[in-house]
Design a binder for this molecule. Structure first.
Ligand SMILES: [Ca+2]
Ligand SMILES: [Ca+2]
Ligand SMILES: [Ca+2]
Length: 200
């Protein structure tokens, strides 16, 4: 082991931890892992653009969607590969297609309605609309971590939204244990070499 390769290992590990490629949807920039990636629960009969309900709501694609004519239809979406938190301003972007509709969000024991508005972009051949949700409106304190928090989306309150994508605007990376251990190991090697050099 030489200093150069040890430093390279540390640099690579650090890059792996901090790398945050971004994806732009409807003119809004998101970290690549900022999208809902788990469907915990659904209520009602859904029609999708193809594939399962879980697939169209967790595929990071604003052009695939699901809608329901069932009264009180809802889905519970979660985030598992990131830490979602209450940052400054809007925290959640709910994308929906076609004619702007109303969606509801249930969080911290409260349910609120949000009217989607056109983003000016299209997805899947439809007008792409978005509703921005601020967790503070639900009484959640600033900075509160909402990792694994389930989010309810009522897709039928008089209108029939075509829900296509849900993204978080403020996320922290969840450090991968292996990467973190590798970084610490790399730092240890560098420290050892530095001490040896001092003695020499
Ligand atoms: Ca989708
Ligand atoms: Ca907020
Ligand atoms: Ca719609």
């Amino acid at each position: 082991v030489n200093v150069k390769s040890a430093l390279t290992a540390v640099a690579l590990a650090a890059a792996a931890m901090s790398a945050s490629a971004t994806t732009t949807v409807g003119g809004i920039s998101f970290a690549d892992n900022a999208f809902a990636d788990a469907l915990y629960y659904s209520s009602g009969n859904f029609t999708t653009s193809g594939g399962s309900l879980s697939q169209v709501l967790t595929d990071k694609d604003a052009g695939t969607y699901a809608f329901s004519f069932s009264a009180g239809a809802s889905v519970m979406l979660g985030f598992t590969d990131n830490n979602v938190f209450n940052g400054s301003g809007a925290d959640l972007a709910i994308f929906e297609l076609g004619i702007p509709d109303t969606v509801t969000v249930s969080l911290a024991g409260q349910t609120k309605s949000f009217q989607t508005v056109a983003t000016g972009f299209s997805a899947g051949g439809y007008s792409l609309n978005v509703a921005l949700v601020d967790f503070s409106d639900f009484g959640i304190v600033a900075g509160a971590n909402l990792t694994y928090q389930q989010i309810g989306l009522d897709t039928n309150i008089g209108t029939v939204p075509s829900l296509s994508l849900v993204g978080a605007l403020h996320v922290n990376a969840v450090p991968e244990p292996e990467t973190y251990a590798m970084l610490l190991a790399g730092m240890g090697v560098v420290a050892t070499i530095a001490r040896r050099r001092k003695i020499a």
